[in-house]
Design a protein around this ligand. Structure first.
Ligand SMILES: *Cc1c(COP(=O)(O)O)cnc(C)c1O
Length: 373
């Protein structure tokens, strides 16, 4: 088995078509000749190439690529039936919450929120109708760490599928399937594609019957990734190892810098030894990622930071080459009810930084200038 650095480069080991080193984009909706491919909604060679590479990077057997992270999620949830119950991380991407609360709950699927860092609470929440536990680790935006192996054991005993959203750490730093998870979800919009130019998603699993169900679902729902976006994601993956190392280096450096700033109240980054989940994260992943959340002492500081600097841009999303600052309260987590936001800690003082690939000292200087403005 190749190292992950090599896997990102050589993919599944063969590109096939006329020995092209970069795989071609099969920009066609339909195929004649009655061969393996017939219609791009069902399958497409460029997308298949990406799916093979995603499976190999996640150390799984099967992968599917979708038109967004949320398209991956709606396909996963579409395998459930009326009366089924799902446990969700109480701290998670706002769009995931919205899909559960506003769409699937109308079809008789019920959702309950649990703290994924508390295995006893998870175990107690499982009942006869519970079909799935869906967690992020680290969570977005509070960066809580879930004990994936322990949750996998609890889920197996209860015949519950464990799904892990691995967007923040990517397969470069964490492989939830190797820790016992049944399914991995990605917003490939973020680190996997990495260039702020693609919206994409993925599911990876070792469970063949589940994969067949998911494949039939995406073909039926019609939400698979386009050939061009599959190609962009493949291109992003080639530099994933290099980028993740740099994102992480910048994140740790900026997290340490923020800790030293008198206008900062608290820095939340699992790479800091003081973080509650630091050693757990280190035990199940090989890195801590490129996202840092923090709270400020005075809400007036928020305005200065959101005005943006010369480097850091105020924008949604994360995981690209450019450093971005996000205000979860009004952006990514606006759809979460106020009481729940307050309980989790998504307050008017919370900000989230996705560290890009710029020079770490320039980023820190940019923050300094924003505060002085
Ligand atoms: C962005 C994000 C999603 C949703 O992905 P899209 O590609 O925007 O649909 C899901 N989970 C996490 C953790 C995310 O950051």
């Amino acid at each position: 088995m190749f190292d992950k650095d090599t896997l990102a480069i050589i993919g599944d080991g063969e590109c096939g078509y006329e020995s092209a080193v970069s795989p071609p984009i099969f920009q066609t909706s339909t195929f004649g000749g009655g061969g393996e491919y017939s219609y791009t909604r069902l399958s497409n060679p460029t997308r298949s190439q990406l799916e093979r590479e995603l499976a190999s990077l996640e150390r799984g057997s099967y992968a599917l690529a979708f038109s967004s992270g949320l398209a991956a999620l709606n396909t996963l949830l579409s395998t459930l039936s009326q009366g089924d119950r799902v446990l969700l991380s109480d701290d998670l991407y706002g769009g995931t919450y919205r899909m559960a609360a506003n769409i699937f709950s109308r079809f008789g699927i019920s959702f309950e929120f649990v703290d994924p860092s508390d295995p006893n609470a998870v175990e107690n929440a499982i009942d006869a109708n519970t079909r799935m536990l869906f967690v992020e680790s680290p969570t977005n935006p509070m960066m809580k760490i879930a004990p994936i192996s322990e949750l996998a054991r609890i889920c197996r005993e209860g015949s519950v599928l464990l799904a892990v959203d691995n967007t923040f750490l990517t397969p470069y730093f964490q492989n939830p399937l190797l820790l016992g998870a049944d399914i991995v979800l990605h917003s490939a919009t973020k680190f996997l594609s990495g260039h702020h130019d693609t919206v994409a998603g993925a599911l990876v699993t070792d469970n063949e019957p589940l994969y067949e169900k998911l494949r039939l679902a995406t073909v039926t729902l019609g939400n698979a990734l386009s050939p061009f976006d599959s190609w962009l994601t493949l291109r992003g993956i080639r530099t994933l190892p290099l980028r993740m190392e740099r994102h992480q280096k910048n994140a740790l450096s900026v997290a340490e810098y923020l800790q030293s700033c008198d206008w900062v109240e608290k820095v939340i980054y699992p790479g800091l030894p003081a973080h509650e989940g630091h050693s757990l994260c280190a035990s199940q992943a090989s890195g801590f990622g490129g996202v840092v959340s923090f709270t400020v002492k005075d809400t007036k500081t928020v305005k200065k930071l959101l005005a943006g600097g010369k480097i850091i841009k105020f924008a949604e999303s994360l995981g690209g080459f450019r450093s971005l600052i996000t205000y979860p309260l009004t952006q990514t987590h606006a759809s979460i009810p106020e009481a729940m936001r307050n309980r989790i800690g998504i307050t008017e003082k919370l900000l989230r930084l996705s560290l890009g690939l710029e020079d770490e000292n320039d980023i820190k200087q940019d923050l300094e200038l924003m505060i002085k403005s």
